[in-house]
Design a protein around this ligand. Structure first.
Ligand SMILES: [Zn+2]
Length: 241
């Protein structure tokens, strides 16, 4: 029996939170290993997440709603601006920065959740592909959130809990909250929302994951990126032809 759209969304939303939790645990317990893994996973996820909107999600969105490209731009800028909050405060060293950074991450993770719902509502193929990249990037998100909070002077134990609340749980919450809305909207509106999701995916891959990974340049990060692109392209070409 084929899973329903809601079952897919629930599966990916909950897996996202679990992988996020694994990232938090890994950076807490096995710091060196987790930081290495994070770089590769970010590049691999970036490869998938740049391919999906460019070859599949955005063309489909524009097919449903010709103005979806404008909304994609809006999605990109929204993510850019909300993440400026995180950047601004992670570079400073004042005690309050952890809180504001956490707000930015919370918004980001909530929007991540919406992306799962919108992409699965548009098509199972787009949902699975975007979801695969998104779930992998959750590991890095858990690691980053934990590091931001501990750098902000919050104790390690408390940071584990807060990271999971802020970056982990917000994702399935975002997915479930918009589900009743998204499941009943018109096709044109869904096209616009898919445009927004495409903008978010472009942001996450090109402006969030890649620069962050490049900062800790590891020998094989380009290979990881191309592997992600290759895997996504292969699935896109096999499944959508
Ligand atoms: Zn994210």
């Amino acid at each position: 029996m084929e899973p329903t759209t809601f079952q897919w969304i629930a599966l990916f939303g909950i897996t996202a939170a679990v992988i996020n939790g694994i990232g938090i645990y890994a950076i807490h317990r096995y710091r060196e290993y987790a930081e290495k893994a994070k770089t590769y996973l970010m590049c691999f996820a970036a490869g998938i997440l740049i391919t999906v909107p460019l070859t599949l999600a955005l063309p489909k969105a524009i097919g449903k709603a010709p103005r979806a490209g404008f909304v994609a731009l809006g999605g990109f800028l929204f993510m850019y601006l909300s993440n400026q909050l995180v950047k601004k405060y992670t570079e400073g060293k004042d005690a309050a920065f952890g809180v504001t950074a956490a707000e930015g991450i919370g918004i980001h993770s909530f929007i991540d959740g919406i992306v799962y719902t919108v992409t699965f509502q548009a098509s199972v193929l787009i949902g699975i592909l975007a979801g695969l990249g998104m779930v992998i990037h959750e590991f890095a998100e858990g690691v980053i959130t934990y590091l931001v909070l501990t750098k902000g002077g919050i104790s390690k134990r408390t940071s584990i809990l807060y990271s999971f609340l802020i970056a982990g749980l917000t994702t399935p919450i975002g997915a479930f909250i918009v589900y009743p809305l998204v499941s009943t909207i018109k096709d044109t509106t869904l096209g616009l929302m898919l445009g927004f999701a495409s903008g978010v995916l472009l942001y996450v891959s090109s402006s969030h994951l890649l620069p962050e990974a490049r900062e800790h340049e590891e020998e094989h990060s380009s290979i990881a990126l191309l592997a992600g692109v290759g895997l996504a392209l292969m699935i896109v070409l096999l499944k959508s032809s």
